[in-house]
Design a protein around this ligand. Structure first.
Ligand code: CAA
Length: 283
């Protein structure tokens, strides 16, 4: 069955981006969060990005209006009763995601696919909160979602082929390139990316180089679009720490131990761009 109404849970930076690409691809979107101020902030961010695209003549004013016209906001999870595909992009806390999936399982029609944008919580553990583990899957977008070409699609042990094919097809419809990963801690993207970021933080911790020099080495020496410390600030240092902890817990291998400096920053509330202070400061 083709997807007509696409639900997004969470109006943070990932949820907004996902809602924007889904509405741009022609789907009707419902973006849900727990408070009016969060969905309003999310909607105004999408409007800002689309207005910028009009100024750059990437889309017309009519296209912008049409995309926005396909996005509805909601603060009542029961509204997901009309969605046939839902992506959860809420905060990266297991107990919160578990409750959302329990609720979605009760609310959504039996055929609806329930995907999670989790960056590292096992898909099988989330799926087991529902009575439809065959319809639960990981659909992991990269930040910033409208710009990044990849969607990592993660099969849980019980995910059906139909669910996998539908999710793969949706990623293509969004103009993204999907890649398949199995359900092990960090999947592929964060299994490789996060130890690199963590090692860059160790380089700061051990005084190997300044923030700028560490980022310059990786940017110019490896042709990365941005250095690992600037990227950590973009992702959020709390998210980086949570993923390192998932890797460490999942493998019990010391090579995944989070750098104490990363923890110290998070404890101080220096979470990166979103708090205007991380490794760098932002106006
Ligand atoms: N939303 C929408 N569009 C954005 C954006 C955002 N937040 N940030 C930048 N853009 C757009 C800009 O408008 C610009 O568009 P045009 O080409 O049409 O002008 C384009 O992206 C390039 O932006 P800039 O010129 O401002 O800057 P840049 O060339 O340095 O690119 C970047 C910025 C795209 C962020 C680039 O630095 C980059 O690719 N960085 C690496 C990002 C990355 O690695 N992301 C993955 C993080 S890991 C993750 O998300 C998974 C996880 O689980 C943690």
């Amino acid at each position: 069955m083709p997807v007509k109404t696409f639900g997004v849970i969470g109006a943070g930076q990932m949820g907004n981006g996902i809602a924007q690409v889904a509405a741009t691809s022609g789907l009707n979107v419902i973006i849900n969060d727990i408070a009016e101020e969060f969905v309003a902030r999310g909607h105004s961010h999408i409007t800002k990005i689309l207005s910028r695209n009009v100024e750059k003549e990437k889309i017309t004013l009519e296209e912008k209006e049409a995309i926005l016209g396909r996005i509805n906001t909601s603060i009542d999870l029961e509204d997901m009763a009309t969605a046939d595909f839902v992506v959860e992009a809420a905060i990266e806390k297991e107990e919160i995601k578990f409750q959302i999936f329990k609720d979605l399982d009760r609310i959504c029609v039996p055929d609806a696919i329930l995907a999670t944008n989790t960056s590292s919580i096992p898909i099988g553990r989330i799926a087991s909160q529902t009575g439809r583990p065959d319809k639960v899957i990981g659909m992991h977008f990269m930040n910033p979602v409208p710009v990044m070409a990849l969607v990592e699609i993660i099969r849980g042990l019980a995910t059906s082929d139909d669910t996998f094919q539908a999710t793969w097809g949706l990623a293509l419809k969004f103009g993204k390139t999907p890649a398949e990963a199995n359900d092990y801690p960090g999947f592929i993207a964060n299994r490789i990316l996060m130890p690199m970021i963590n090692e860059a933080v160790y380089c700061v911790y051990h005084g190997v180089g300044s923030l700028e020099d560490i980022d310059t080495v990786m940017k110019l020496g490896m042709n990365h679009p941005m250095g690992p410390l600037a990227l950590a600030d973009l992702i959020g240092l709390d998210t980086c720490l949570a993923i390192m902890e998932t890797l460490y817990e999942g493998f019990k291998d010391s090579k995944y131990r989070p750098c104490p400096l990363l923890r110290k920053y998070v404890e101080a509330g220096w979470l990166g761009r979103k708090t205007k202070h991380g490794f760098y400061t932002y106006e």
